[in-house]
Design a binder for this molecule. Structure first.
Ligand code: ATP
Ligand code: MG
Length: 390
């Protein structure tokens, strides 16, 4: 009897024609986090992982998007007596009062029907474990049996995967990653839909510190757990921010600054083959996130902008940030370039005309060109071993 991990795909199985592409990506993404002793392979439409340390492997693989359920299965030769003996020995080690047996038979040449097998194996269990009964509606344990021509699988335990699509199946997106709570959560949700991330971070040294940058890199490292590798583009906004501060009416500071961020992000995205921008804007959260503000800011780019947490309230975002382990880092108290030079009364309903008029007051095209040309790229690919992040 061999113990292995069997994967169930969930939503992926709705991809009829191109399911092969999705599964290949899933397998590649899993392979990249396995060690040499661990092996992932397809067998008749299912994916399996063999490992000398199943628990450890499950912990790692449960963070790969595209898996609905990770099942700890026992594999035996397809032979009825063997099946009975194995179930008998497996249940004897368990403590339960109610159970049911569910059988699937993909080998239709097998001499018994699924119903017959469930009933007979149920009888074997009842005979061998004292004081238990069958409960088909709400059993403490479910004994699943899958009979295939080359092998039979028995499983009782599984854990839920993260679902979604394998990262990379939808191409790449550029996440505007600040040190706050919202943008890492947005990045996580985008990856869940199969988008591979690159990140862009805007800093304004010396007004923003090295610690603030380190904090963003720590967040990128946590997100890398789901993304395999991670490129972070760091843009120096100091000159642009100072030019805005000196020349533009202060109520428009944030609106214009964010238009510059969007313009720069769109250029970096196009150079890096990222098809969308992703950010942590949430409707109504701050002055720059009213619908009028968002529209005045968004109009400077053509690339689609995805805002995964746009309709979440802050408590929902925090809950997810805690779940994905970014919260504790996000609340570290370092300033962001959006939090310095903050005007007392930022405009809530900026007009596009005013934005254009004010932007004429600074040589923003040259400044943007320079910021993009001199930007730093940090590749977090091989910095940490995957295990360090668990
Ligand atoms: P967060 O909690 O993610 O920082 P926030 O509520 O503080 O969001 P803003 O500061 O207005 O909101 O920023 C909105 C979004 O703009 C952020 O979620 C992020 O995607 C992007 N953003 C803001 N500041 C930066 C920055 N310095 N570098 C990169 N992206 C940024
Ligand atoms: Mg912020």
């Amino acid at each position: 009897m061999e113990k292995l991990i069997m994967l169930k795909y969930g939503e992926l199985s709705t991809k009829k024609d191109n399911i092969g592409l999705f599964l290949k990506k899933l397998k590649d993404n899993i392979t990249r986090i396995l060690t040499e002793e661990e092996k992932v392979y397809f067998d008749k439409g299912r994916m399996f992982i063999e490992s000398p340390n199943i628990d450890n492997t499950i912990k790692k693989v449960s963070k790969v998007f595209g898996i609905h359920e990770l099942v700890m299965a026992y594999k035996i030769d397809t032979d009825y007596d063997n099946l009975k003996e194995t179930v008998k020995s497996l249940v004897s080690e368990l403590n339960f009062k109610t159970f049911k047996v569910v059988t699937k038979r993909s080998d239709k040449t097998y001499p018994k029907t699924s119903m017959e097998i469930s009933k007979e194996i149920g009888g074997v269990v009842l005979k061998n474990v004292p004081n238990i009964k069958v409960d088909v509606n709400n059993p403490e344990i479910t004994i699943n049996i899958e009979i295939r021509s080359n092998a039979t699988y028995i499983y009782m335990e599984s854990i839920k995967g993260l679902g979604g699509y394998p990262v990379g199946t939808m191409g790449k997106g550029l996440l505007m990653l600040s040190g706050g709570i919202d943008s890492p959560v947005s990045g996580y949700l985008a990856m869940k839909r199969g988008i591979k991330l690159e990140c862009i971070y805007f800093e304004s040294p010396p007004h923003t510190s090295l610690e603030a940058k380190e904090k963003v890199l720590s967040l990128a490292r946590i997100l890398k757990t789901y993304n395999i590798d991670m490129k972070v583009h760091i843009i120096n906004l100091t000159k642009i921010q100072e030019a805005i501060y000196k020349n533009i009416p202060h109520e428009y500071l944030i609106t214009i600054l964010r238009r510059m961020m969007y313009r720069i992000s769109a250029i970096v995205a196009s150079k890096s083959n990222c098809k969308v921008l992703i950010n942590g804007e949430s409707i109504g959260q701050v002055a720059s996130q009213t619908l009028t503000s968002m529209s005045a800011i968004n109009e400077v780019v053509n690339i689609p902008v995805i805002r995964p947490v746009a309709c979440f309230d802050k408590l929902e975002i925090i809950e997810l940030a805690k779940k994905i382990n970014t919260y504790e880092t996000s609340i570290l108290p370092f300033e962001d370039c959006c939090t310095i030079f903050v005007p007392q009364h930022p405009v809530i309903n900026p007009t596009k005309e005013k934005c254009l008029e004010y932007e004429e007051l600074i040589p923003y095209k040259e400044l943007i060109y320079e910021a993009v040309k001199t930007h730093e790229v940090i590749n977090i690919k091989d910095e940490n071993k995957y295990e360090d992040l668990l």
